[in-house]
Design a protein around this ligand. Structure first.
Ligand SMILES: [Zn+2]
Length: 106
């Protein structure tokens, strides 16, 4: 039996964080940020825009996006010109996404 390929997820589906919340998160300074500036090189969760440490980013989850902001299932190949690349997401947001749509770096 062959399985149906998973669909690309539209932004309305995967963007589980409201635009207002995203705007706010962009400017939230994480606890201990000033003392630990060296731990941050500018990564943000692609879904909620919260700042992430480099370590959390490296060990965390990543998603593959199309140029139309659709989310690509991990095992799905798309044409190179349609790919926007891979983006990190935080743990809280990762939990809301099916495992088939997120990947950890090896
Ligand atoms: Zn997030």
């Amino acid at each position: 039996m062959t399985e149906q390929p998973l669909p690309l997820l539209e932004p309305e589906v995967w963007r589980t964080c409201s635009e207002a919340k995203r705007e706010k998160n962009k400017y939230i300074v994480p606890k201990g940020y000033r003392e630990n500036r060296h731990l941050y090189s500018g990564y943000q969760c692609h879904i909620c825009l919260k700042r992430m440490t480099d370590e959390a980013t490296e060990k965390g989850w990543w998603v593959h996006m199309t140029v139309s902001s659709q989310l690509v299932p991990v095992n799905t190949e798309i044409a190179e010109e349609l790919s926007q690349g891979w983006f990190p997401i935080g743990n809280a947001c990762a939990k809301k996404l099916r495992l088939e749509y997120r990947s950890q770096l090896l």
